[in-house]
Ligand binder design. Structure first.
Ligand code: PLP
Length: 396
């Protein structure tokens, strides 16, 4: 058998290990006494219009068409609705013929990377980064090159990027709002990123594409704006997902948008269709395609996450922990009070606090706290965080 696949299948991710531990521990001490901050599973219900639309589709549509195959790249009217939304919201000339419906951001990324890369290529990303980027990139035959971010802000280190791009660079992969840091890339960072990609594309005589992974685009707080990267750099591929914005991670629905103004856009879109075909990612779930077409611009109630962020980040700082203020997503990336984040997570476990070491996100010495949990759980967990801080004499 394929030993690489065997390796991927037989080693569970650290996040999954912690989640499984939490379930076992809940049986021993009661679910309300375990503070599981491991998984990025939305805790807010999908908006009512999602349920209403699904019911309406089931009631009113012809079942054979509703549950049947769509075009491989997705239903034409669904793609048209998305293109229309992108045009109106972001002012980019989107076109249904450059949109490919997928089973969430994971599929969007695997397809895009396979469409863009050939063996020997490099894809640059910035630590901390979503753990699966390495797996997806290597599956496409390329190598993931992870650059450190500015440790004070977790914004992209643009100097490091300039030095790292070379003739093997096929694409730069960014994620903002970021999992796990919660940071949103500022407009000046994005503008500078675009300028560097233009300069380097000219220097190496090829187009370096920008892949933007956007499952958290709408999860931002305090009026923060997430720049639409396609507007700053035309050679951009958007990998979008409704998993977090509509609280539908189990339903597997998202899309890829290739900018029609990108270099070789038509060929790239056809390569996306080819990669979707090769990977077996054709005809994303039909009923969810049709639902999202009628729910463009709708978002779950993110005020719950914002309150969680404020309460938790505020309390942790008061206890002496350090973290960059997250403007989006639903994660806090907290500096571990000891160099070994695994050891810190083990000590947190003694207080039934389940945190994820930053090592898997390419960033040692930090832990990720997913605060997409109930506000009540945040409240119950605070005394344990305080005791943990006391263990390290952090409290003033
Ligand atoms: N990219 C990032 C940054 C994520 O955090 C996740 C999921 O947590 C994904 C991609 C995968 O998203 P999806 O569930 O839509 O496949």
């Amino acid at each position: 058998m394929n030993q690489r696949m065997y390796g991927l299948g037989s080693r569970r991710s650290v996040i999954r290990e912690i989640f499984e531990f939490g379930k076992k521990r809940a049986q021993e001490v009661g679910a309300e006494n375990v503070y599981d901050f491991s998984l990025g599973n939305p805790s807010v219900d999908p908006p009512q219009i999602v349920t209403d639309t699904l019911e309406q589709l089931l009631r009113e549509e012809d079942p054979t068409a509703l549950h049947g195959y769509t075009s491989a790249q997705g239903d034409a009217s669904v793609r048209a609705a998305i293109a229309d939304y992108i045009r109106k919201t972001h002012g980019v000339a989107a076109d249904a013929d450059y949109i490919y419906m997928t089973c969430g951001a994971a599929a969007s990324l695997t397809i895009t990377l396979s469409a863009l890369c050939v063996p020997g290529d490099e894809v640059i990303t910035f630590a901390p980064y979503f753990t699966e980027y390495k797996v997806f990139t290597e599956t496409a035959g390329a190598t993931l090159v992870a650059l450190d971010s500015d440790p004070d802000t977790f914004q992209i280190d643009l100097k490091a990027l300039e030095g790292a791009i070379n003739e093997k660079t096929a694409a730069v992969l960014v994620n903002s709002p970021n999992n796990p840091s919660g940071v949103v890339y500022r407009e000046e960072t994005v503008a500078r990123l675009a300028a560097i990609l233009n300069e380097k594309s000219a220097q190496f005589g090829k187009t370096i594409y920008l892949i933007t992974d956007e499952p958290y685009r709408e999860l931002v707080y305090g009026g923060v704006k997430v720049p639409y990267l396609t507007k700053y750099y035309p050679h951009t591929v958007v990998c979008y997902s409704y998993s977090k914005s509509l609280s539908l991670p189990g339903e597997r629905i998202g899309y890829i948008f290739v900018n029609p103004a990108a270099d070789h856009a038509k060929e790239l879109y056809l390569a996306v269709c080819g990669a979707g075909r090769a990977l077996g990612y054709v005809c994303a779930p039909s009923i969810f395609q049709k639902m999202i077409a009628r729910c463009q611009g709708v978002t779950s109630d993110v005020s719950v996450y914002e309150r969680n962020r404020d309460v938790l980040a505020g309390a942790l700082r008061e206890y002496g922990f350090r973290c960059v203020q997250p403007d989006g997503a639903f994660y806090l990336f907290v500096k571990s009070p000891e160099a070994d984040a695994y050891a810190f997570c083990e000590r947190a476990k003694a207080f039934d606090l389940l945190l994820v070491p930053g090592d898997d996100f390419g960033c040692k010495g930090y832990v990720r706290i997913a605060y997409c949990v109930s506000p009540a759980m945040i409240g119950r967990s605070l005394p344990s965080f305080r005791k943990l801080a006391e263990e390290y004499s952090l409290c003033k």
